[in-house]
Design a binder for this molecule. Structure first.
Ligand code: CMP
Length: 170
């Protein structure tokens, strides 16, 4: 079970540090629209679409070292990084860093398979989280987002292929 699930069932592993942010910048719907406007994935969205996306996101502040996804576990959330960096443990020999404006957790939501990698907070994070049912609706309602996800997936596959061939794997 992951971040939001652990928060829901009270089994949060980091001393109760994971809580929806009750106030402050980036928490109200209008703040979230401002944040979403700066995210490349949502670049083609109208103001109305951004408002509806803002309505389905939850804002979380997360301490450094929090494990947000664990490889092999089921995944129910999509994470957008507002602030901070995460480390994606793609394989024992390959790690990728993602920062503000980037996202992770889309793969399990797209194909229903377990998480492909563990993702850990390298610094304190502010995240926007979208759960599976809202994510599916978002894809249905906003085709441009599906295209954006495909572009990122293609880029990640190419990078993974390049990394493999540089290791002599091909
Ligand atoms: P998911 O499989 O749901 O959970 C782990 C996430 O790590 C995955 O979705 C992607 O968002 C991310 N991820 C996996 N592999 C890579 C990669 N090679 N580069 C960047 N991010 C990745």
């Amino acid at each position: 079970m992951e971040l939001v699930g652990r928060m829901m069932d009270g089994s949060i592993p980091f001393g109760g540090g994971l809580e929806p942010s009750p106030s402050g910048p980036g928490v109200g719907d209008d703040d979230r629209v401002d944040l979403l406007e700066t995210v490349p994935l949502f670049r083609g969205c109208s103001k109305r679409q951004l408002k509806s996306i803002a309505g389905i996101c939850e804002t979380y502040d997360v301490p450094a070292a929090t494990v947000l996804t664990r490889v092999g576990e089921p995944g129910e959330e999509f994470f957008l990084i507002v602030d901070g960096t995460v480390r994606v443990d793609v394989s024992p020999r390959r790690q990728v860093r993602l920062g503000a404006g980037e996202y992770f957790g889309e793969m399990s939501l797209l194909d229903g398979e377990p998480r492909s990698a563990s993702v850990t907070a390298e610094s304190p994070l502010r995240l926007l989280v979208i759960r599976r049912p809202s994510f599916q609706k978002l894809l249905d309602d906003t085709p441009g987002i599906g295209r954006g996800l495909l572009v990122t997936l293609s880029r990640r596959v190419r990078e993974a292929e390049r990394a493999l061939s540089s290791l002599g794997g091909h």
